[in-house]
Write a protein that binds this ligand. Structure first.
Ligand code: NAP
Length: 341
């Protein structure tokens, strides 16, 4: 029997994540029948390519999903709230990269290495949510440790690349860096302060509790994906790096994890790459993780300030594993195990 081909739409195809989704579908040879690229009025008439063939960008509207099997959304939360329900009504399964649906109890929030079984819940609303980029890489590294020793508490501090804010922010860091090196004044448009040669301890807006929305996403999404009441506290920081988020994790577990045990658990863990040989100056860095799909884990050491504590340094490409790759991996499981071929 001929292998079924699937009609796929990418809403937000012209953006940083959308562009990467196109590349991921190509690289992973996703069995595509028809592909549709959708964006705002600004992009109508633009031509992108899929596997060397030109594809015209069309308007994201309510009628855009007729005949589509899978709709990958990365056009911002407002668009996801507005258009995922109509895409689902048209019969498409939506895989949404925005934060719009993540905490909806009827929408699974999925990282394939951690909770692939949750995908089955897509039937309730026709939507599957992709977690926040910082959360995805963190739970990939935590899953094998949690399965072994049960994480009770987690302290995370992030060092997040500007690509996490989209294409305008990538331009802002590039332009500001050039202006600074030439001794010219810089203007901050995307971020509240200059990002070049600076660190901003603010990602997204502040909540009444003093945390940012990004920090609370890490707190709440981790519990939903890990299906465990882990107590999480987060500080999220934007740094002048183009691609690749880094994270310092301090975990407290019920059972002790020695460094040797952590090495053993992480060495063959799905989606992880152990990069830890400090004697040789080897540890995860964004320059190595950028362009890769794995989550790099290193600097593993016992937290000597508590009984059962472990510290780790985790790095991944936020646009790939933090967004596009994770969404395409979900789509792969969906067509393999859930949709009728
Ligand atoms: P981006 O580079 O700014 O791209 C935004 C995309 O959305 C563009 O294709 C844009 O189309 C489209 N869009 C904006 N307004 C629209 C409208 N009114 N109607 C239709 N399309 C519209 O942003 P991004 O970084 O790719 O992020 C996209 C989404 O993914 C966001 O929800 C973000 O939170 C999420 N996400 C991003 C990352 C990351 O690391 N960057 C990670 C996880 C999740 P035009 O080109 O026509 O304006």
């Amino acid at each position: 029997m001929a292998k079924k081909l699937w009609n796929v739409a990418i809403a937000g195809a012209t953006g940083a994540v959308g562009n990467q989704m196109i590349e991921c579908l190509e690289e992973r040879n996703f069995p595509i029948g028809k592909i549709k690229f959708l964006a705002s009025e600004r992009s109508i008439g633009k031509v992108l390519e899929y596997k060397g063939k030109p594809v015209q960008v069309e308007l994201l509207d309510h009628d855009a999903f007729e005949g589509i099997d899978i709709a990958l959304f990365s056009a911002g939360g407002g668009r996801s709230l507005e258009f995922c329900p109509s895409a689902a009504r048209s019969g498409a399964v939506c895989i949404d990269n925005s934060s719009a649906w993540r905490m909806d109890p009827d929408v699974p929030l999925v990282v394939p290495e951690v909770n692939p079984h949750a995908i089955a819940g897509y039937t309730k609303k026709g939507i599957i949510a992709n977690p926040n980029c910082s959360t995805i890489q963190m739970v990939v590294a935590l899953k094998p440790l949690h399965d072994y020793a049960t994480i009770k508490r987690l302290v995370v501090s992030t060092y997040q690349a500007v690509s996490g804010t989209g294409k305008k922010a990538i331009d802002e860091l590039r332009v500001q860096t050039g202006e600074m090196l030439n001794g010219r004044p810089v203007e901050a448009k995307v971020y509240p302060h200059r990002i070049a040669f600076n660190c901003l301890p603010q990602i997204d807006s502040f909540e009444p509790n003093g945390y940012t929305k990004e920090e609370m996403k890490m707190v709440n999404e981790t519990v939903k994906i890990m299906e465990s009441p882990i107590r999480v506290t987060a500080t999220t920081v934007r740094v002048p790096v183009f691609f690749g988020h880094s994270e310092s994790l301090n975990i407290e577990t019920e059972k002790k994890i020695t460094v040797a045990k952590a090495f053993e658990l992480l060495k063959n863990a799905p989606g992880c790459k152990l990069v830890d040989d400090v004697a040789k100056g080897v540890y995860p860095m964004p320059i190595d993780a950028a362009g890769q799909d794995l989550t790099f884990v290193g600097r593993i050491r016992e937290d000597e300030s508590i009984d059962n504590g472990l510290n780790l340094w985790v790095v991944a490409d936020n646009i790939r594993k933090g967004a596009a790759t994770n969404a395409v991996q979900i789509a792969e499981i969906l067509i393999r195990d859930h949709l009728k071929g």
